[in-house]
Design a protein around this ligand. Structure first.
Ligand SMILES: C[S@@+](CC[C@H](N)C(=O)[O-])C[C@H]1O[C@@H](n2cnc3c(N)ncnc32)[C@H](O)[C@@H]1O
Length: 222
């Protein structure tokens, strides 16, 4: 039997990691935050084109993947969106289902994903989506990855609580696995993360964050 990551549930149904003591998504509206930070921040859906490849640090509940899929289907692009996510501590399908229940729009498309995930699949195929979740510590798995992303969702827990997901070496790997003109977006505006992304080759900008967060960061490969 596969061991799954342990959660606590905060008021309003927000899942919180026991390991990192941090929520998986915003205590406000996780789906709206995902759209603001990761989709708008990467210029999506406007930049979608056939074969577009999104990569993500931190799969968590799959909410970001489902938000991207909803946007992809809405954009009517031919063929599937390619989505690769890196996750060290996968959640149980039942916990993911409970977390997604807070977002009817995401829950409405999550059924076949949850069935596949519950059976242990880490390559997920849905209409309009070809996804892979690469399990393991991202500091080991990303350097071995053979792909390039057109857009990155950098979604580790907060840099203070999860520094492994934001180090200079890892950000350099993000840059090295980005296609020409590719982009990243993240909810954090921490100075050391922005500097590491600059060193990785991105033109980094600060933008208005979601909800009570003043700033977030976005960038394109220079
Ligand atoms: C904020 S959550 C991601 C939320 C997710 N994107 C979603 O849509 O629900 C951060 C994720 O990073 C993962 N993580 C933390 N450290 C990691 C590491 N060193 N390697 C791989 N994954 C890690 C955690 O297990 C967690 O799932």
């Amino acid at each position: 039997m596969v061991a799954h990551e342990k959660l606590e549930w905060k008021e309003g149904g927000v899942p919180v990691s026991c390991r990192f003591d941090d929520p998986y998504f915003s205590l406000g509206n996780g789906l709206a935050e995902t759209r603001h930070v990761f989709l708008d921040g990467n210029g999506l859906p406007g930049r979608f084109r056939p074969g577009f490849h999104v990569a993500e640090l931190g799969f968590g509940t799959g909410l970001n993947m489902l938000a991207a899929l909803i946007a992809w289907r809405g954009a009517g692009i031919a063929g599937p969106l390619r989505f690769t996510s890196f996750e060290g501590f996968p959640l149980a399908a039942a916990d993911i289902a409970q977390a997604l229940a807070a977002f009817p729009e995401a829950a409405a498309v999550a059924g076949p994903f949850l069935e596949q995930w519950a059976q242990g699949a880490r390559v997920i195929r849905l209409p309009g989506l070809e996804a892979e979740v690469i399990i393991g510590d991202v500091r080991e798995t990303l350097p071995r990855w053979q792909g390039w992303a057109d857009a990155w969702f950098l979604d580790g827990f907060s840099p203070a609580k999860n520094p492994e997901m934001w180090g200079e070496g890892l950000m350099a790997e993000v840059g090295a696995h980005t296609a020409p003109q590719g982009s990243f977006a993240t909810y954090t505006a921490a100075g050391h993360v922005r500097r590491a992304l600059q060193a990785a080759g991105f033109q980094v900008q600060r933008q208005a964050g979601f909800g009570f967060k003043r700033h977030m960061s976005v960038g394109r490969l220079g």
